[in-house]
Design a protein around this ligand. Sequence first.
Ligand SMILES: Cc1ncc(COP(=O)(O)O)c(C=O)c1O
Length: 377
Amino acid sequence: MQATTTTVPLLDLNAQYAPIVEPVLGAIAKVFASKQFILGPQVASFESKVKEYLRVPYALGVSSGTDAILLALMAMGIGAGDEVIVPTFTFFATAGCVARVGATPVFVDIDPETFNMDPKSVEAAITEKTKAIMPVHLFGQMADMPAIMAIAERHNIWVIEDASQSIGCYYELPGDPTQHWSGAVGDVACFSFFPSKNLGCIGDGGLVTTRHPELAEKMQLMRNHGAKERYYHDEVGGNFRLDSIQAAVLEVKLPYLEEQHQARQAHGEFYTQALQDVVRTPIVRPGYRMIYNQYTLRTSQRAELQHYLNSRQIGNAIYYPLCLHEQACFAQLGYQKGQFPHAEQAAQEVLSIPVYAELTDGQRETVALSIREFFGH
Ligand SMILES: Cc1ncc(COP(=O)(O)O)c(C=O)c1O
């Protein structure tokens, strides 16, 4: 069988929205008619539904995933003189927010099998200044939370989950059917509703979740300039509010999410079957529910493969080409190239291919066959 020359985008928002155009436009019209554009009943309604889905006691809509992280750090009182341990292989916001509150991001290496923060490196990075650990559940698989939570408990420090890419993911431990959901394990978790996320809105949006009532109250206050009563400020917060229109769209999309997760999982399993003899395919840890926000393969011939896929108009992207400890803006922290070999090697080898829920069987075959053809199969 020959690969066809069908174009396959990396993400197809037209296909995603086509079946729900009417309810989405209806929900937007309702917000417009209400003229309650900021917070209000629509945001509260979405929060109560998403909180149920995520199995968390408290959930607050915020302006983006980045602002969710910033708000969490601010509410925990993390700032100058404090250290927060973050993986070096992640999206910039994870560490950028730590720097923005005046604290120091302390980078650690990843587990080369899962791309997630390596707990052994975390343990080695703890100092008396460490205030929090921020695991990122990258590409749709949760980090090794049992190990990370044990370290945090031992040292009495916070855990902030960067769950931007992991809505709906969970893990089960051997012999125990309890599902430990992404966003319900750490002290606070941060989600992004950027349009390319598994639950995306039509602009920027995010969510913080927590199991601590006092942190929930503080974050609720701080997302609105720290004011319980208008113009009377108990805390220095910010404008971290979620728009009502975004909440309305998210509420329409939430009931479809499980079905979309299953489609992503099926695409991922198909790719792994089809490609495991030609590239390094993602490894799913036993007991972990992996919901591919990205299907990220690894190859030492990445540049050539990328060129080949581009020539066939098959969407692909590199998440992420440069580790955070090597970024120009963190040069003053004094990290060296070669310090985090697993993360640096991943940055050289990773390539993500289309895995969106609406991908057709024909499209995913085209992607897989093209990759196999590149490798001479
Ligand atoms: C791991 C990670 N952290 C943080 C963010 C920031 O989210 P946002 O783009 O909604 O600010 C993203 C998404 O872009 C992300 O993937």
